[in-house]
Write a protein that binds this ligand. Structure first.
Ligand code: COA
Length: 255
């Protein structure tokens, strides 16, 4: 285990602030990081002093997605890691509002997680990309359900299947991001957004959030079911020659 925690947690008034902190790997997610995020969220959900969650990355790297070496390890076990599944279930089950602040790279789950946020603030230099197909994989985090609903089929297909990178302006135009600010203003703006939500009457905020999320065909139960369905397909794809070739190409590209 590294000395510096790869996930840090702090309180900003009534906001529980979580930060991914693995700068040497552009915040690529390891099993340990998923588990740390899940446990931090579980604690914050149970704490009456917390009214909202804020999730941040590092300057230039919100997250490079799942650690590809971890994907390779999963090909040996034949299933998606339990830490990933627990994280995704928790992400889809948060009762308190989630604000995400993105600067720089938002790859894979770094993009699909945004579909679960209530408000997203991004810097002008952010880049959103999900290279699932190129890696021999399929969309996850219920993005195959939430993406088309939020973005429409054509745009969701471009992002989630064709793997087209979206810059911040495009992400805001299609409704993936609420607000775009200068990189140096990102953290302040994201904190301010989360604090403003946390200051609202809590019961009214919770009830309103629940109403907006309880959409026919796309409520929590359907989202959780889709996470499981995608995970089965994802596990099958992980074991495929297509994925093996893509992971080998990633490993070889620096040599
Ligand atoms: N898994 C494991 N390692 C990763 C990683 C990932 N998803 N993303 C980045 N890294 C590592 C790189 O291997 C490199 O490690 P090294 O310094 O030990 O060689 C380090 O992070 C820095 O990345 P680097 O590629 O040098 O930075 P870059 O700015 O040139 O490119 C990315 C950044 C994110 C565009 C590129 O690293 C990339 O494409 N990563 C894979 C993204 C991905 O496919 N994620 C899975 C989505 S499902």
């Amino acid at each position: 285990m590294s000395e510096t925690p790869t996930v840090t947690v702090e309180r900003d008034g009534a906001v529980a602030v979580l930060r991914l902190n693995r700068p040497d790997k552009k915040n690529a997610f390891t099993a340990e990081m998923y588990a740390a995020v899940t446990s931090a969220w579980r604690e914050a959900e149970a704490d009456d002093a917390v009214a909202a969650h804020l999730w941040l990355g590092l300057p230039g790297a919100f997250s490079a997605g799942n650690d590809i070496e971890d994907f390779v390890r999963m090909t040996r076990t034949g299933s998606l890691g339990v830490e990933i599944l627990d994280f995704l279930r928790m992400l889809a089950s948060l009762e308190k509002p989630l604000v995400i602040g993105v600067d720089g790279l938002a790859i894979g789950v770094g993009t699909t997680a945004l579909l679960h946020a209530d408000l997203v603030v991004a810097s002008e230099t952010s880049l959103f990309r999900t290279p699932f197909t190129d890696l021999g994989l399929v969309p996850e985090a219920a993005s195959s359900l939430l993406g088309p609903r939020r973005l429409g089929h054509a745009v969701a297909f471009e992002l989630l299947v064709a793997g087209v990178p979206f810059d911040a302006a495009r992400a805001a135009a299609v409704g993936l991001v609420n607000r775009v600010v200068a990189p140096e203003a990102l953290e302040g703006a994201a904190r301010e957004t989360a604090r403003a939500l946390a200051a609202k009457p809590r019961a009214a905020l919770a009830a309103s959030r629940r109403l907006l999320r309880d959409v026919p065909g796309c409520g929590r139960a359907e989202i959780l079911a889709r996470i499981e369905e995608e995970a089965r397909e994802f596990a099958a794809r992980l074991a495929s020659p297509e994925a093996a070739a893509a992971f080998a190409a990633f490993a070889a590209r620096k040599k």
